[in-house]
Write a protein of this length. Structure first.
Length: 354
């Protein structure tokens, strides 16, 4: 049996690994490595427990550090694990520093690399995620693309030969979990379905630029609806540093688990976010999304009329959250592989490894 060494480290990667790890283990031996990029219980262990992800074989425990240092520590650790376990393939997910480290470690050890969620582009190189995903794609032998747009992006960069359209593992994960998520979290937080917004803000470009961050809080405060607002540790640190109070209609929650996130998103009037994953989850759940960025990798959601980009503009946030309605045409889940991504990825890996 061939060995696939999968690398995860940050919250969205746990969600993606949940259905794929299960599927891969039918055909391959999997070595699961956690870099330790996310380490708080609510950011890491809670996801493994809730999504029944197998215990990682190795946890490198690198923790937080400036990007370059964090990536260097992870890369060094991963090189050691690859040398010890001698896999046939390294599998890397998404666009975090853990993604980049896995790609560099595969390059150094000469092991083939596959990238899940390949080909996405925001065309904003100021985001570390954009640089991470470009590097991962260019170092990969197999680029597993969630959408046709992602395939076209790779074609433009001369990577057509390694690009495969597989669909999005996040749709597989969402379809798997949505019933289990139910509406328990909505009731527990005292919210009424359809009469609140679900908001998250964690991107460095929003949290670390004070004018943008305060404008977003102003925008949230001007929406005449209650807002459930799970707070990422990075955002918590900024709130504490600036000593600002959240607006009265905004209720801070600790980071929410995957099922709690799906539950709160599914029943919201609008999702308001700068997260990539949550923009798509809103689309999968047929909830209109207000995105706190100037551009997005998930252009299909915008083209379909279910996602609007409002940046950090308080007035546009209020208008989109309260007055804008999505089109009647339901979201098209076939554009994301219809829930078949894990099977297609397993088949592509089997083909590559022969
Ligand atoms: C990372 C990803 C981002 C992804 C996000 C999901 C990169 C460059 N970015 O951003 O693409 O959307 O994960 O959450 O990899 N912290 C804790 N506890 C934790 C983890 C982090 O307190 O368990 C704090 C630390 O102060 C840390 C900060 O959060 O410095 C940022 O964490 P980091 O992993 O560097 O990036 P994220 O903002 O989480």
């Amino acid at each position: 049996m061939k060995t696939v060494l999968s690398v995860v480290g940050a919250r969205p990667q746990f969600v993606k690994a949940a259905p794929l790890s299960r599927r891969l283990r039918q055909d391959f031996r999997e070595v699961l490595v956690h870099t330790g990029q996310h380490y708080d219980h609510g950011m890491s262990t809670a996801f493994f427990t809730e999504l029944l992800i197998p215990e990682p074989d190795v946890n490198l425990g690198v923790g937080s550090a400036p990007h370059g240092e964090q990536t260097a520590r992870m890369t060094e650790g991963l090189i050691g694990v690859i040398r010890e376990t001698d896999p046939d393939l390294v599998l890397t997910y998404g666009d975090t520093n853990s993604t980049l480290a896995a790609s560099l470690a595969a390059l150094t050890t000469g092991v083939r690399l596959a990238h899940v969620e390949a080909g996405l582009r925001s065309f904003n190189r100021k985001m570390p995620e954009e640089v991470n995903r470009i590097a991962a794609d260019h170092l990969s032998d197999l680029c597993l693309c969630p959408t046709a747009t992602a395939v076209s992006n790779l074609e433009r960069e001369g990577l057509a030969d390694r690009a495969r359209l597989t669909g999005d593992v996040m749709l597989d994960a969402c379809l798997d979990a949505v019933e289990r998520a139910g509406d328990e979290a909505v009731r527990r937080h005292g919210l009424t379905p359809g009469e609140y917004c679900f908001a998250t803000v964690h991107r460095a470009e929003n949290t670390d630029r004070t004018t943008r961050f305060l404008a977003i809080l102003d925008g949230l405060g001007s929406i005449p609806l209650p807002i459930a607002f799970p707070v990422h540790p990075r955002t918590r640190a900024v709130l504490d540093k600036l000593e600002v109070e959240l607006p009265e209609n905004v209720t801070a929650l600790p980071p929410t688990s995957y099922l709690e996130t799906l539950s709160l998103a599914a029943h919201a009037r609008k999702v308001i976010t700068d997260s990539g994953g949550l923009q798509k989850e809103a689309y999968f759940l047929k909830v209109p999304c207000v995105t706190l960025r100037e551009e997005t990798e998930w252009t299909e959601t915008v083209d379909a009329g279910w996602n609007v980009l409002v940046g950090a503009d308080a007035k546009r946030i209020r208008e989109a959250a309260f007055y804008w309605d999505p089109p009647e045409k339901a979201p098209d889940l076939s554009a994301y592989g219809g829930g078949q991504a894990c099977d297609r990825i397993a088949a592509e890996i089997a083909k590559l490894l022969g």
